[in-house]
Design a protein. Structure first.
Length: 242
């Protein structure tokens, strides 16, 4: 399965492993560490933990999940780039630290040469959600009210440079909505703050939002994908919202 001395990565999740040729025949013979670049409770956790449980019987070794939040996944990415090439450190990440972060700041890795991507695990669009106490009932409300009340409204995401931050800034650029970005160390902490009313709006992965939307703790306004989500068939797309 793993035959070369390379680091492998997996997006939205991508896995990153490193193995030498000498170890390939006996790999693995001890527990494997899996890095996640965000705080617990977000979409990365939701994606990697079931996958890790499925891989354990195939590999014959436990996979130890380790959350290393910071810089929208960049902290874990730099840690992975410095990991020994022995195949016992994996990294599950979204595309943000790989494609966006190097253009925002100096990073301790090269997106093209530091890793070899093993495969795509899963993916989804973003979801625009709001706290029920806000006046927002539609995307048009967010645009109109934030323009009318500038500097009053903010939106949370899993971090600077991540896909949800890009969704939010693109949304602002094409609509003129006046929203302040509030980055967190993961989608889990941001969702907790949204449900508690500390932030009014959030661009989120679909997975962590399902329970909160179904339970009425937050309100879903639109998905960023071109088609409606099977998880939220009643929620329109951004395109469908104008």
């Amino acid at each position: 399965m793993i035959q070369r001395g390379l680091r492998f990565a997996a997006v939205a999740g991508l896995f990153v492993v490193s193995v030498s040729t000498a170890l390939a025949q006996s790999y693995p013979n001890k527990p494997i560490r899996v890095l996640i670049g965000y705080a617990p409770g977000g979409s990365a956790d939701a994606g990697v933990r079931p996958l890790a449980r499925a891989l354990e019987p195939l590999l014959g070794q436990p996979l130890i999940i380790e959350n290393r939040p910071g810089n929208a996944g960049g902290v874990a990415m730099e840690l992975m780039a410095r990991a020994p090439a022995d195949g016992y450190t994996l990294y599950y990440f979204d595309s943000g630290p790989l494609t966006v972060a190097p253009h925002l700041a100096k990073v301790g890795y090269n997106s093209l040469t530091s890793f070899t991507h093993l495969g795509h695990v899963c993916g989804s669009g973003s979801l625009l959600v709001v706290h029920p106490s806000t006046p927002f009932k539609s995307v048009a409300d967010v645009v109109a009210i934030s323009k009318r009340e500038p500097s009053k409204w903010s939106y949370g995401t899993s971090g600077v440079g991540g896909p949800h931050h890009l969704s939010g800034e693109y949304f602002k650029s094409v609509t003129g909505a006046n929203l302040l970005h509030v980055p967190y160390k993961g989608g889990g902490p941001a969702m907790t703050e949204l449900m508690g009313g500390q932030i009014p709006i959030m661009f989120s992965s679909l997975g962590p939002a399902v329970g909160a939307v179904k339970g009425g703790k937050i309100r879903a306004l639109a998905v960023t994908s071109l088609q409606r989500s099977a998880a939220f068939p009643e929620v329109p797309t951004m395109d469908g919202s104008g």
